[in-house]
Structures are given as structure tokens and as C-alpha cells.
Design a protein. Structure first.
Length: 579
């Protein structure tokens, strides 16, 4: 093995932080055959190494061989740790200098990918472990190799052979690909078109490898297939379609059979009468279709979900409703459910009317019946703090103008109900959240299954960002970050009925995993495409972000996808100005 090592300008060799700079390359690492790549590095006295850039061989470069020129190297560089670093870089991860660019790698299928040196958080709520090398072959996790950190440092660790793609995850976290239990793929809002890639790419850039599409158009079946074949950059989809309503039990059964025939994975149910629900739920069970229920204010509430075996309750309304002592919320006489200002205003006063003891009976019955809860906390957030929702800094680069227009208060657009929204409304909603969050923690403590979904495309929520915000709100509710990640991975896989295939980092499972810059257990914000900020040497530095979203064994470079989304947004804004 040969190296080229060049000292940088003498005056830069040592600075007050004890850094030593040099330029280094490894001949064997060069796969481009067009010349030897040289990486510029910072060597910290602690033995840490940071690669600053890659450039062509310089004329002053000197070639040394590790064995014969060890002493020469040592005296010339005067830094013992450099040799260690050189050996780590060249023996363990020689590919950092040689691989194609991340953008070139992104979005293609490879036979073998090795993710090296990761700290792993699984989707079952257990603590982080590592360092580990994860070997992916085609679409599956083939091996997970636990490493001895001392041997890794010494360069003597036995590690799996090289992959077609090597991903350096040293100092990074790997978590399962996130599952969004409540997604909507939108091609337009309020009658104005919007590129479908906008939401699909935002989801991937935000680490969402699977979407439970609720209330999908038939077209979603095509997207499901295209995603499966990797013809589009989009998450894996489970497509549930809206139950179209029925006037008789027989018609309800017929409609369920039609939904099955068309190839949908499940049913999204809204407000429904009891006799119709009884028939459709029975037929759905026979057809093997799962049911997600957005219980509106209707004849039926959570007691019916318990009785008929709904898979998951979306949002929350039917749950406190089932626990109100006299059976009906205390609406004012001029309340009209069809008026969204009324609907959302008084929804904010619903949890306070639930009787806690009755609520515990509802919870225990839900748990006994296996009814899960996908609370979508994020989608109501504007109701408790409208100004915060309207001024999200991420809008600057990521808010599509079509979505921006849809969010402007307008009775014609669902969820754009902030007309005369008052501090009193916000105060009620803040209380509503406090009770709701306390209830969620109690539900899980008693054995309930909690999922995580976003419902973005409404009420100031952008795709992808919505689910990540949902995770933050689960943390705010009082769940440990390990459990928060479990909600969006292992638990959501159970809600989908695919917990034997996805939602975990486990041998034999689908290779759905995220390589994250930073520790999401310390700060869930590191998952956002916008990343976070930190101070290094007195300067503000952008950090965090998901580096790789690996879906079905296909590595997507998340910053590249985020850039593509920003370009879609910028293009749509330009078009709008030109009109
Ligand atoms: Zn929804």
C-alpha cells in the first residue's frame, strides 16, 4: 500500500488548537484511473481526522510505502497519530477518497452496500449500540457486525468485505427508515397543480421510507408500483382509499369488495352510521383490509371502533367523545359542524369535557381490542400558536407556492379555518394539548399501541417536516426519544401489519435505514432537511440532517433530494412571478 503525504505550508502546521495539517492520498484508493486523488485533512492531536477536500495529485507529492518508509514518515511528519490515521483511512475505509460523488450514487440499486461504524438505534425502543457495520445486499439487511471499538481504532478489527457502495457512518447514528402512518400524496391544492415529486422527495429527504397513504386517489396504486420498481424517488406506499359511503349494509359490503378488487391495501373511514360501519367492518375483515378511522362527530365513536375492531384511530376526536359523561359535548346553540371555524374552535374544548375515569375504561377496551392510536399531534399545532405556524423558517426554501396559497385562511379550503382566531382559542387549544398528551402517555403505559403520522398538506404543515415535528411533540408529551423513534418505526410497522419486514434494523428485514449526522436521541431536530446549527471554533456552523435515506436497499442522498426540492420550489415561484 502506498501513500502520498505532503506537508502544507509550514506556518499552518500547528495552530493554537493543536491541529496539524497535511495532505494525504492512498494510491490503491484511486478507482477513477485518471489520476491520484489527494485528500486534504485536519489531524487533531486526539487522533480525530476531518477530510476537508479532495484534489488532484500535487507536484510536490512524495510517495512513501508504509512498511519501508515508516521511520521517514515518522520523522518528516513528526506526528505519531498521523500514521494511525493514515492506516485507519486506507485500510478500513479506503473508499472515502475514491467513490463516486454522493449525488451520483443516489437513487440507484446496488448489489452490496456496507454502512461502516454506525451507532444503531433499533425500532423496538432498546438503547443505542455500536459501532456496527451493516451489510446490505440488494433490498435486505444481510449482516450486522458488532465491532470492538479498540480494535477499530488500532485498525485490527475484522470487518466485512467492501461493498459496491461504502457509507462511512463513524460518529453517526443509524435508525430505521421512518414510517409515516398518515400521509397524503398531493398533486395540487385548492385546484392549483403542484409537482407530485415535491412531496415524494420531501418525504425521502426527511427520512420517510414508507407512507401509509390515507384517502388516496386510484393513481396512488401506480405510484405504489413505480416506487416498488424504483422508477420514481418516493417512499414505499401502503394505499388506503376512502370508504365512499353506502345506503345499505349490502351496498357497504359490495363497496368493500370493490376496494379489495381494485388492489387497495386498506380503507380510510370518516364519519359513519353504526349499521353501515358494522357491515363494512365485517366485510373488511373477511377481505383482509385494514381500517384507519378518522372519527368525525357522528353517531359512532371509539366504542364502535372497539366493538368492530378498527386497526387505528386517526387524530383523536372519537376518544374523548366516548368518555364524556352525558354522551355529547356541550356545544353552543349556534354551533354548526360544517363551519370549520366552529368545528376546530370547539374541538379545542373537547378534551376538558372527557371524564378521566371513563377515559381509562375506553383505553383499556381499545387495548383489549387491539385498536391502535395515530394521534397526528402536529397537524393541530397552528390552533395553539398560529403565529408560530405561519412563520416557520423552513418556508423560506421549502414552501411550495401552491401550498402557501392553500394555507391562507379561506372557508373553501379544508383546514384553512383561522378566521377571527383569538387568544382565547389558543388558550383552550393549549389546555387541549396538555390533556391529550397526558392521555397518550397513559394509553401507552397501559399497553396501548401508539403510531406516528403527519397529515401534511393542510394547516401549515409541509410533507416530511410534519412527521419530524410529530416526533418532537411525542417527546414534548413525555415519551423517551427511544420510544418516540419506536412510534414512527416498529409501532407503525405493526399498524400496517408488516412488523416482520420493516420498522427494525434486523438481519433479514428490508434495508430501510437512515444515516443521521448527529444524535437524534439528544436532538430530534437533527433529522430535519434544514439540519441544526452549532458553534465550532466560535463560528456558527450548519450541522445535522439525514445523510442517507436507504429505502428498500436503494441509497438516496438526502441533501441531494433536499436540493432538488428547493429547485422545484424556486422554479414554481419563478413561474408564478412570470404569470
Ligand atoms: Zn388526513
Amino acid at each position: 500500500m502506498h501513500f502520498v503525504i505532503v506537508d502544507e505550508k509550514r506556518q499552518n502546521r500547528q495552530n493554537s488548537f493543536g491541529l496539524e495539517r497535511g495532505i494525504l492520498t492512498c494510491n490503491e484508493c484511486d478507482t477513477t484511473k485518471t489520476g491520484i486523488n489527494i485528500g486534504r485533512v485536519i489531524l487533531y492531536s486526539s487522533g480525530l481526522l476531518k477530510i476537508l477536500s479532495v484534489k488532484k495529485r500535487s507536484s510536490q507529492a512524495r510517495t512513501l510505502s508504509l512498511q519501508s518508509d515508516f521511520l521517514l514518515l515518522k520523522t518528516q511528519i513528526m506526528q505519531k497519530s498521523l500514521l494511525l490515521i493514515v492506516s485507519i483511512v486506507c485500510f478500513i475505509n479506503p473508499y472515502v477518497f475514491s467513490q463516486k460523488s454522493d449525488a451520483e450514487i443516489s437513487g440507484k440499486r446496488y448489489k452490496r452496500i456496507v454502512v461502516r461504524g454506525a451507532t444503531v438505534v433499533d425500532g423496538n425502543g432498546t438503547p443505542a449500540t455500536g459501532p456496527k457495520d451493516i451489510v446490505i445486499e440488494n433490498d435486505k439487511i444481510l449482516r450486522i457486525v458488532g465491532l470492538n471499538p479498540v480494535a477499530v481504532k488500532a485498525g485490527t478489527a475484522r470487518r466485512p468485505p467492501k461493498g459496491d457502495v461504502e457509507i462511512d457512518a463513524a460518529g453517526k447514528f443509524v435508525i430505521p427508515g421512518l414510517i409515516n402512518a398518515h400521509g397524503h400524496t398531493h398533486e395540487g391544492r385548492g385546484g392549483i397543480p403542484m409537482e407530485v415529486e415535491y412531496c415524494q422527495k420531501l418525504w425521502l429527504a426527511s427520512g420517510q421510507t414508507t407512507i401509509r397513504e390515507l384517502a388516496a386517489p386510484s393513481k396512488a396504486l401506480k405510484w405504489r408500483e413505480q416506487s416498488e420498481k424504483n422508477e420514481i424517488a418516493a417512499p414505499r406506499m401502503f394505499v388506503y382509499t376512502t370508504f365512499p359511503g353506502a345506503s345499505s349494509q349490502e351496498q357497504a359490503r359490495q363497496r368493500v369488495r370493490e376496494i379489495k378488487q381494485k388492489g387497495f391495501d386498506g380503507i380510510k373511514l370518516f364519519a359513519v352510521d353504526r349499521d353501515i360501519m358494522a357491515a363494512l367492518m365485517d366485510e373488511a375483515k373477511k377481505q383482509g383490509l385494514r381500517v384507519a378511522h378518522h372519527t368525525g362527530v357522528a353517531e359512532t365513536n371509539t366504542w364502535d371502533d372497539i366493538k368492530f375492531g378498527t386497526t387505528s384511530i386517526e387524530h383523536w376526536y372519537g376518544i374523548p367523545e366516548a368518555a364524556i359523561a352525558n354522551g355529547r359535548q356541550n356545544y353552543p346553540s349556534d354551533y354548526n359542524y360544517s363551519d370549520e371555524v366552529d368545528r376546530f374552535r370547539y374541538a379545542g374544548r373537547l378534551w376538558r369535557e372527557a371524564d378521566w375515569d371513563r377515559l381509562m375504561k375506553v383505553f383499556d377496551a381499545m387495548i383489549a381490542a387491539g385498536v391502535a392510536w395515530d394521534p397526528t399531534l402536529n397537524i393541530y399545532e397552528a390552533s395553539r400558536d398560529l403565529q408560530k405556524a405561519q412563520t416557520d423558517p423552513a418556508y423560506k426554501d421549502y414552501l411550495h407556492p401552491t401550498l402557501e396559497k392553500f394555507f391562507i385562511p379561506n372557508p373553501a379550503n379544508h383546514g384553512s379555518y383561522f378566521i377571527g382566531w383569538t387568544s382565547t382559542d389558543e388558550a383552550y387549544w393549549k389546555e387541549n394539548y396538555r390533556i391529550w398528551m397526558k392521555a397518550l402517555v397513559e394509553f401507552e403505559r397501559r399497553g396501548g399501541l401508539i403510531g406516528a403520522g403527519e397529515d401534511a398538506g393542510f394547516i401549515y404543515k409541509m410533507y416530511g417536516f410534519g412527521l419530524l415535528r410529530e416526533l418532537e411533540l411525542h417527546q414534548e408529551a413525555g415519551f423517551h426519544p427511544l420510544m418516540v423513534i419506536k412510534h414512527a418505526t416498529g409501532n407503525n410497522a405493526k399498524i400496517l401489519g408488516v412488523e416482520d419486514r420493516i420498522g427494525r434494523i434486523r438481519v433479514g428485514y428490508k434495508a430501510d435505514l437512515l444515516v443521521v449526522n448527529g444524535n437524534p436521541l439528544e436532538d430530534l431536530k437533527v433529522l430535519y432537511p434544514t439540519g441544526t446549527e452549532t458553534i465550532v471554533d466560535g463560528k456558527v456552523v450548519k450541522t445535522g440532517g439525514i445523510e442517507w435515506t436507504i429505502k428498500d436497499g436503494i441509497p438516496f442522498h438526502a441533501p441531494t433530494l433536499a436540493k432538488e426540492v428547493r429547485e422545484i420550489v424556486a422554479g414554481a415561484r419563478r413561474n408564478l412571478r412570470a404569470q
